[in-house]
Design a binder for this molecule. Structure first.
Ligand SMILES: CC(=O)N[C@H](C=O)[C@@H](O)[C@H](O)[C@H](O)COP(=O)(O)O
Length: 231
């Protein structure tokens, strides 16, 4: 079991390649995670049981493990099954994150929580709304994450060009151990998340998804070029 306070005010790097992209290979995930560790990340967030197993063999910092699934009858993607929780713990994740939103789901949040508790791992609730966080904290989840704000029907009006600092502050105001996650694109936004009361900050795309970063630059340049053409 890890000491929770070792993550306080720290950076967690999510090493999740774009699905089926050229970087979606276990050895690349391990290399990304190792690079993040060497540069001072305090933990990594890893998707997929085999990726978690290989990263655990090669790194010394804690792993937040998830499994993503596309289910036919539920919008819940992150660690939906009890078997996912068990497999992630068996592969070496010391924190397991699951979708804690109140949507149609195959397994109740309480059951996922109990399974993770039985296995002795820490628990992160990936939330979209304040109500999700309140329920997850009442259950006893160790980390309340802003991960899913903007990615559910209920939060579809959330601005997608910045993190949800309002949700982070609302969680923090209630005394939760908040993991700021989702759309943190630069060090200034990571600092703003800490200032909003986050316990730790997870950054994914802005560090590990070349496809997304390239597209941000490409579209910014294209827009600037259109502006110059019409001036
Ligand atoms: C919504 C969803 O499925 N989020 C996923 C959760 O694991 C990942 O795709 C994100 O990359 C991660 O949360 C980090 O966020 P960002 O990449 O914006 O720094």
């Amino acid at each position: 079991m890890i000491e929770i306070n070792q993550l306080k005010n720290q950076l967690i790097v999510s090493c999740q390649p774009v699905t089926d992209g050229p970087m979606d290979h276990v050895d690349i995930v391990v290399a990304m995670a190792k690079s993040a560790e060497m540069a001072g990340a305090s933990a990594v967030r890893i998707e997929g049981v085999e990726n978690v197993r290989q990263v655990a063999k090669n790194l010394h910092i804690p792993i937040i493990g998830i499994v993503k699934r596309d289910l036919p009858d539920s919008p819940v993607r992150i660690t939906p099954w009890l078997e996912d929780v068990s497999a992630l713990a068996g592969a070496g994740a010391s924190i397991i994150a699951f979708d804690a939103t109140h949507r149609t789901r195959p397994v109740p949040i309480e059951a996922l929580y109990q399974q993770a508790r039985r296995l002795g791992v820490l628990i992160m609730a990936d939330c979209a709304t304040l109500a999700d966080g309140i329920a997850a904290a009442a259950l006893g989840c160790d980390f309340i994450g802003s991960t899913l704000s903007g990615y559910t029907e209920e939060t579809a009006d959330q601005p997608m060009e910045r993190p949800d600092l309002e949700l982070i502050s609302a969680f923090a105001a209630r005394g939760y151990r908040v993991m700021a996650e989702g759309r943190i694109r630069d060090p200034g936004q990571a600092v703003a998340a800490l200032q909003a009361g986050a316990f730790a900050v997870t950054v994914g795309s802005a560090i590990t998804r070349i496809e997304h970063i390239t597209e941000w630059y490409r579209s910014a340049l294209a827009e600037a070029a259109r502006g110059r053409a019409s001036a």
